[in-house]
Design a protein around this ligand. Structure first.
Ligand SMILES: *[C@@H]1O[C@H](CO)[C@@H](O)[C@H](O)[C@H]1NC(C)=O
Ligand SMILES: *[C@@H]1O[C@H](CO)[C@@H](O)[C@H](O)[C@H]1NC(C)=O
Ligand SMILES: *[C@@H]1O[C@H](CO)[C@@H](O)[C@H](O)[C@H]1NC(C)=O
Length: 508
């Protein structure tokens, strides 16, 4: 059988190669075979036994923020299965890049005055380390708090923001001065586009949101019928470029590809007037993917010998608000791909990477379904109304579909897997709401073991600041990781060897 064949292959390999290869071949064989799960369990045990905390100083910090439940656990599971199914596999066994991060915690996302959080107050928590009230950013007069990004810049690191939303994304919608209420303008409160250009000296800004940077009589470079948004006749792109050395502005993929990372210190890329397109609808000729933006950002930022701070955000949130699970989940698969690319361009030795979400959504994933059931498919069980339903559903939202006769529409896989299909929900709402449950935090790299247990969301900023020893944690007693010694052979601990041997004997 397959198992004994693989043991034979293993025996041959054993004389020439490592135990690990041997493991790989054995557990590839068959899930029906108990040996498969025993070998897999032992392999995971070997990994767990060899885990060592990295007590070094984090030179670089990367925060990946799946806007809206990417790390809500139901979205993580559905994303993992979709990733596998896109590769032609059943899907459940697939491993996301974030799944490989060794340290995990849960983040309590509530706001000071709200059980269900919003994006502005949660941003104040995970970026600045202070919980806020619903809709509150860090700009309240006499109550200012500074983000880890700002503090990292003050410590001499390069800093960047990469997002698939507009770069001025905020819950108050003050994207430009045109969107601000009169009292806010009179009070001297600046719109987010203005703040983005004037507050912190940011090295790399990539995302959407061109129209909020341009005056309302300036035509958009990509869409001749559109103009900028600003009433103050200020071109914030020109202002940003002014007084900067080796600075570039780009607005399409070809221009981004042409940017020479080695000679560029500052890069602003704005690829759409508002948000960038969903990954599912992106024009790969004209618009960069999140992964491509992350790659360019890291190559520019990592030239700084003092390290960098990078904030990466994906608009998974928007797909969920529309109750379109397909858009949200394809977005989340791309988000995971960007995390993988960042992992290739950095080292776990000196880079702390943290993956989390600002809040969850009322997205649920379940009901009777066989192994490999399409993520956007149907439950094998039908409702008491004798109609099919999808395994992905929303508690509320625009997918409410009970007609005036009190019946639901009949659906099939072709309908539910089409782009633009909104999964059904129990309560009609024009926009599906956030969820209130905890979201996961995945972490790897120096001091990533600080992410453990159940934590307040505001702890994220504290743990990241401590790991990099930046304000207010300047007495952290952490040494930089030593340079890797490329000549060092792979060290197998005695425990690992013993386990490998036991497993092998067991299999024979
Ligand atoms: C936009 O309007 C301002 C103020 O009237 C003017 O100075 C500027 O030249 C105009 N720009 C364009 C591109 O028309
Ligand atoms: C409700 O039921 C009636 C009678 O079967 C049918 O004519 C009508 O089209 C139904 N309405 C909707 C909205 O489906
Ligand atoms: C879905 O579409 C395919 C291809 O057009 C068709 O063969 C199949 O019968 C359809 N399934 C349902 C349930 O309508």
């Amino acid at each position: 059988n397959a198992s004994s064949q693989s043991i034979l292959v293993c025996l041959t390999l054993l004389s020439t190669s490592s135990f690990l290869m041997c493991y790989f071949i054995v557990w590839m064989t068959s899930e029906q075979n108990p040996q498969f799960w025993n070998a897999k369990g032992k392999e995971a045990l070997v990994t767990a036994l060899s885990l060592k905390h990295n007590f070094h100083l984090a030179k670089n910090l990367i925060l990946f923020l799946g806007d809206g439940e990417c790390m809500g656990v139901s979205t993580v599971t559905a994303t993992r299965i979709l990733k596998g199914q896109l590769e032609g596999k059943p899907g459940e066994e697939t491993v996301l890049t974030m799944d490989t991060f060794p340290n995990l915690a849960l983040s309590k996302t509530y706001n000071v005055n709200m059980q269900m959080p919003d994006s502005a107050a949660t941003a104040t928590a995970y970026l600045c380390g202070v919980k806020a009230t619903y809709g509150q950013c860090s700009t309240e007069k006499n109550n200012e708090v500074h983000s880890v990004l700002h503090r990292a810049r003050a410590a001499g690191k390069s800093v960047g923001i990469v997002t698939t939303t507009r770069v001025q994304q905020n819950e108050r919608n003050w994207y430009s001065d045109a969107a601000q209420p009169a009292d806010a303008l009179a009070g001297g409160c600046k719109d987010i586009a203005y703040q983005l250009v004037h507050n912190t000296d940011i090295n790399v800004i990539l995302g959407g949101g061109r129209q909020y940077m341009l005056p309302n009589n300036v035509t958009d470079p990509e869409y001749a019928k559109q103009t900028g948004d600003r009433l103050d006749n200020t071109n914030l792109i020109d202002e940003w470029l002014k007084n900067k050395k080796n600075a570039k502005y780009v607005w399409n993929k070809a221009q981004l590809d042409a940017v020479d990372e080695d000679t560029t210190e500052y890069l602003m890329g704005l690829f759409e007037p508002k948000d960038t397109r969903y990954e599912l609808e992106r024009n790969a000729e004209t618009d960069p993917s999140l992964t491509e933006m992350v790659e360019k950002a890291i190559k520019i930022l990592s030239k700084n010998p003092k390290g960098f701070y990078l904030f990466v955000e994906d608009k998974i949130d928007h797909g969920h608000h529309a109750s379109e699970a397909k858009k949200a989940l394809y977005e989340a698969v791309e988000f995971d791909r960007a995390i993988a690319r960042a992992g290739e361009l950095t080292s776990e030795r000196d880079t702390m990477s943290v993956v989390t979400a600002d809040h969850s959504h009322v997205f649920s994933f379940g009901s009777s379904s066989p192994r490999g059931n399409p993520v956007l498919g149907l439950s094998t069980k039908i409702g008491t109304d004798k109609k099919y339903f999808t395994t992905a559903l929303y508690g509320n939202g625009p997918g409410f579909a009970i007609d005036s006769n009190g019946t639901r529409p009949d659906i099939n896989i072709n309908i539910t897997s089409a782009t633009g299909y909104a999964q059904q929900s129990a309560v009609p709402l024009s926009s599906e709401t956030h969820g209130s449950e905890d979201v996961a935090i995945f972490a790897k790299g120096p001091m990533s073991h600080l992410f453990h247990g159940v934590q307040e969301q505001s702890y994220i900023a504290h743990a990241m600041a401590y790991a990099a020893c930046i304000d207010p944690y300047t007495e952290c007693n952490l040494e930089p990781a030593p340079e890797p010694n490329h000549a060092a052979p792979i060290q197998l601990s005695a425990g690992m060897l013993l386990l490998a041997l036991l497993t092998f004997i067991n299999l024979i």
